[in-house]
Design a protein around this ligand. Structure first.
Ligand code: FES
Ligand code: FES
Length: 167
């Protein structure tokens, strides 16, 4: 049996974090159980629910589908890395304003997937939002309020960019 540990270093929410782990450890377990950053949820064992979604090098990634060792050297952002209590990220503000959650279990993953989606498509139709988030399973909301939230976040982000002269 090979119990050899492998060192993994990632930049997690702007901070370099490092630990020795088993080569088979999944990224979601590395972040939650080793680094104790628990905002990303595990909602299935079949890579379907998307509740564990985070950003790896800026792209939306189901963190249960990636080995921690494969993320070595990556820039990782979880829900803890966006916004602050004083100033929410637009996606957080929009989920709050539009009641885009009920139990909240899927919400961190839904928000992180939405951030990448809106980066790729800053002015989506409702249909495109539904397609863009089809990797996220929500057991509570019926999705309508989530779509409203993402549409509202798109508007806020576009207005922010317009103020900054980026659009
Ligand atoms: Fe369900 Fe990752 S925990 S897709
Ligand atoms: Fe409960 Fe989405 S708000 S699973």
């Amino acid at each position: 049996m090979n119990n050899e540990l492998v060192n993994v270093t990632i930049t997690l929410n702007g901070e370099k974090r490092s630990a020795d782990v088993e080569p088979r450890m999944l990224l979601v377990h590395f972040i939650r159980d080793v680094l104790n950053v628990t905002g990303s949820h595990i909602g299935c064992d079949t890579s379907q629910c998307g509740n564990c979604t985070i950003l790896v090098n800026g792209r939306s990634t189901k963190s249960c589908t990636l080995l921690a060792v494969r993320a070595d050297g990556s820039d990782v952002i979880t829900v803890e890395g966006i916004g602050t209590t004083e100033k929410l990220h637009p996606i957080q503000q929009a989920f709050w304003d539009e009641h885009g959650l009920q139990c909240g279990y899927c919400t961190p993953g839904a928000m992180m997937a939405s951030i990448d989606f809106l980066t790729q498509n800053p002015d989506p139709t409702d249909e495109e939002i539904r397609e863009g988030l089809d990797g996220i399973i929500c057991r509570c909301t019926g999705y309508e309020f989530i779509v409203n939230a993402v549409r509202s976040a798109a508007k806020m982000m576009n207005e922010d960019n317009a103020v900054k002269g980026e659009v």
